[in-house]
Design a protein around this ligand. Structure first.
Ligand code: LLP
Length: 420
């Protein structure tokens, strides 16, 4: 459930009419709902009621806006970060260093050192060599790094190939068959406390079966590691739970997920870590756009909107579906294609779709744009960076400015040998 509803003919974010935001901030603009973020954070936690010891680290890559992070910090969430930049954001939002997990397949020495200096709670190792380097850096600082080893369970998560991470050919984790020997090599190193294992098999998972299969493999690995004398005190189960992108889609709920986790992990006797991203932020945001033209096409007209693939990359990257809805629906519909102004055929949000009838000048939204939306924006075609607005009840605030093309231009230089 989200808080983007039609009230007296006009779409609102909570109690704020979207045209008010469009008037004040312009379009395109991302609009987030605090109530939806809080609701999702609570529903996810409640879904895990059957898990006695747990820590939830929101995967901030999904939506790293500082204000969004502050809301989730208020909800008691930690953060899963994948770069020093994300770590800085999580700390700036008030998340405790001890509640932060540092993941990522290419952490640099500088990032590992920064994580240690900050007191990050858990570092997820991606290869044996990284464990040696982390131990060496920690020992040189007189510190102990708390780490887990990410394993690749080799399961097909059944999602888009570009967001699948748990197959053996993917770049993530170490083969489960090698985990034991890596534990043997790393466990005794000064500076390193290797406390468990981590997995994450992919994103937008619509089926719990591959997750369950992966978790069972982890359960077996935990037994094997313990039998070899390793103390395993935590297991990081990653993120990945999908969300409905199309009206009518039915996906496993956090309660279904939590029940599966509780069942599979009942006798593990560890603290479980979770890294949800999309399920928290996805339906808490829309991308509001204005129709520039309705251009006649061969089969259907092209609704050309002022948002483009640089603002919301998911359709171009993953053929992703985002529902499109008029801000002032008339009840009429039309068959149309929806595209942005960028000079690429891939800048198409939908083809041959029945949508709310819109005309040039109308406002509309792409739904379920709160995750992997603004954060993946670029300035392609010398377009600006899209602003972000957070609504809370009847108030709203701009929580990320629009970065104008002129600001981006101002950061570029012509070298003196080309000067005129
Ligand atoms: N943990 C790790 C280690 C991850 O790599 C990810 C996502 C998550 C947690 C959070 O997964 P979630 O709960 O959000 O599924 N840009 C793509 C999604 C990329 C996901 C990358 N990793 C998209 O727009 O669909």
């Amino acid at each position: 459930m989200d808080h983007f509803q039609i009230i007296q003919g006009v779409m609102h974010a909570e109690q704020v009419p979207l045209p008010v935001i469009a008037e004040a901030v312009g379009t395109p603009v991302y609009v987030y709902s605090t109530a939806t973020l809080r609701r999702h954070a609570r529903v996810f936690r409640e879904g895990l009621a059957g898990v006695p010891r747990k820590h939830i680290a929101y995967a901030i890559k999904a939506n790293p806006n500082l204000a969004v992070l502050r809301v989730l910090a208020d909800e008691g969430y930690g953060a899963d970060v994948v770069s020093a930049g994300e770590m800085r954001r999580a700390l700036a939002a008030g998340m405790k260093a001890g509640d932060i997990v540092f993941s990522g397949v290419g952490k640099t020495r500088e990032e590992l050192a920064a994580a240690l200096d900050a007191g990050i709670g858990q570092i997820n190792l991606e290869l044996e060599e990284e464990g040696h380097v982390l131990a060496e850096i920690a020992a040189s600082k007189g510190m102990t790094a708390h780490a887990v080893l990410r394993v690749n369970p080799d399961v097909d998560a059944g999602t888009h190939a570009k967001i699948s991470t748990g197959r053996k050919e993917n770049k993530f984790g170490v083969p489960i068959s090698e985990a034991r020997s890596m534990f043997d090599a790393l466990a005794g190193l000064p500076g390193l406390s290797l406390e468990g294992v981590a997995i994450h098999i992919g994103s937008q998972l619509a089926d719990l079966a591959p997750l369950e299969a992966a978790y069972r493999r982890i359960g077996a690995l935990v037994e094997e590691l313990r039998a070899a004398g390793h103390a395993i005190t935590r297991v990081d189960l990653g993120g990945g739970l999908g969300v409905p992108y199309r009206a009518g889609d039915v996906l496993p709920s956090p309660a279904d997920y939590g029940a599966m986790v509780a069942r599979v992990t009942a006798d593990w006797d560890v603290e479980l870590m979770f890294e949800p991203g999309r399920v928290i932020a996805g339906n808490a945001g829309v991308l509001m756009t204005r129709v520039i033209w309705v251009k006649p096409g061969v089969l259907n007209p092209y609704v050309i909107v002022d948002a483009a693939m640089n603002d919301l990359a998911r359709p171009a990257l993953y053929d992703a579906w985002h529902d499109f809805a008029a801000v002032r629906p008339t009840g009429e519909t039309m068959m149309a294609n929806i595209a942005g102004p960028v000079c690429e055929t891939g800048d198409t949000f939908a083809m041959n779709r029945e949508i709310d009838a819109v005309r040039s000048g109308d406002l509309a939204v792409f739904r379920t744009a709160g995750a992997y939306g603004a954060t993946m924006a670029s300035t392609y075609n010398s377009r600006g960076l899209v602003p972000e607005v957070l609504v809370d009840g009847d108030r709203y605030a701009v929580v990320a400015d629009r970065i104008e093309p002129a600001t981006i231009l101002a950061a570029e230089r012509v070298p003196e040998w080309l000067a005129r």
